[in-house]
Design a protein around this ligand. Structure first.
Ligand SMILES: *Cc1c(COP(=O)(O)O)cnc(C)c1O
Length: 390
């Protein structure tokens, strides 16, 4: 490439090319800001939106395209856009679809930072929001107005674990021509087929099960409709929401074991949730696969699996300090946000902000994410911490 005597020129423009025909199990990892075009005509002729060529690292590389295509397959969609976190993917949807004067509807038990974004960022830009009761499709229908442009759905809410009547919520929005976006982090593409319910957009926090390692932050927005995808892709490009190739590599590495891990978390969580339901001080177990849990009928009608996530309600007669002491007494369950990783986690939540009517879920809520430790060990840990409540 260069007949220069300059050592650095020789290194930068080195003639050696690795042979074609490399074959290995993992896909290669390509890192780039600049992408080299063979000619000016190629530079002028390429568009990143079609995924038929490369233009600039931020707009996609073989590495990001491979993950996007796999995630579209996982969720049953046609298009996928990666963002640097689940919350950034939610931002991509909100800012891509909402403008001043519009309104977005959120379930009352919505992922907390999503509500915070609506209350601060969106409202500052003249986009209003309302929360609806996810367990009452009529309440959603009643809140839809001319200004409603987007309805977010979670199945189930990831703290209260209430599983909604998904088809009824989607139908309420569709009846008024309003787009629906489902946060499918819990279902992970495995518990149910989100697009079969007619949702327009699926958001997946890859930070949870696809990563599986409690190490990578990433989010995805998956769609079936091309025009909708291009609208979201345009905003994504304008905001500069790129992801790092080495982070994508971790997710690509995690995908083949996604189902194995998901079902293992599921089996362990169901066992522990059922056992907790028999324990003193535990007044209710909020796990959608357990009979009696809120929305169990909807879960049973629509799902073939569940995530390793559930909550319990502890006796309202307990003082908050006692609940905190119970959580502090756990040894294998570590205190921390997120889920989907190998280590079991626990967080006590204040429900007041999530439900205007607390009477449906009385007591102190504690959420567990079941990791991959031995179930007997986790049960023993819960037993010793519960014993401390007296
Ligand atoms: C974690 C999570 C998100 C956000 O994902 P981050 O990558 O942590 O930003 C969104 N929705 C749900 C339901 C989540 O659990």
């Amino acid at each position: 490439m260069s007949d220069s005597d300059d050592l650095i020129t020789q290194l930068v423009h080195h003639p050696y090319q690795a042979p074609a025909g490399w074959g290995a199990v993992p896909p290669g990892v390509f890192k780039a800001s600049t992408v080299i075009f063979p000619s000016v005509a190629a530079l002028r002729g390429r568009s990143y939106t079609a995924k038929t060529g490369y233009t600039y690292g931020l707009r996609g590389t073989p590495t990001t395209y491979q993950l996007e295509e796999r995630l579209a397959t996982l969720e049953g969609g046609r298009f996928c856009i990666l963002s640097p976190s689940g919350l950034a993917a939610i931002t991509n949807v909100n800012l891509g679809l909402l403008k001043q004067g519009d309104e977005v509807l959120l379930p009352a038990n919505v992922y907390g930072p999503s509500a915070d974004m609506a209350a601060s960022v969106l409202s500052g830009w003249g986009i209003t929001h309302q929360t609806y009761d996810p367990m009452n499709p009529a309440d959603l229908a009643a809140r839809i107005s001319e200004r409603t442009k987007l309805v977010w759905i979670e199945a189930p809410g990831s703290v209260t674990m209430e599983f909604p009547d998904l088809p009824a919520l989607v139908a309420a929005a569709q009846a008024r021509g309003v787009l629906t976006a489902l946060d499918n982090t819990w279902g992970a593409g495995l518990a149910f087929r989100a697009f079969d319910f007619g949702v327009d957009i699926v958001m997946h926090a890859l930070t949870k099960y696809p990563s599986g390692g409690a190490d990578v932050l990433m989010g995805a927005v998956i769609t079936r409709d091309e025009a909708l995808h291009l609208k979201l892709l345009k905003l994504h490009g304008q905001l500069g929401l790129g992801v790092a190739a080495n982070d994508v590599e971790f997710i690509l590495r995690g995908l083949p074991t996604l189902a194995l891990r998901y079902h293992a978390h599921d089996a362990a969580a169901r066992q522990l949730a059922a056992w907790l339901g028999t324990q003193r001080h535990v007044t209710r177990v909020l796990h959608p696969a357990l009979p009696g849990a809120p929305g169990h009928g909807h879960w049973a009608a629509h799902c073939t699996a569940a995530a390793g996530l559930f909550s319990i309600l502890l006796d309202p007669a307990l003082r908050r300090a006692q609940v905190d002491a119970f959580v502090d007494a756990l040894r294998l369950f570590r205190i921390g946000y997120s889920w989907g990783g190998p280590m079991s986690l626990v967080v006590p939540y204040e429900l007041d902000a999530m439900r205007s009517d607390r009477s449906a879920l009385p007591g102190h809520l504690v959420r567990f994410s079941i990791g991959l430790e031995g179930v007997a060990d986790l049960q023993a840990d819960l037993a010793q911490a519960l014993a401390q409540l007296g």
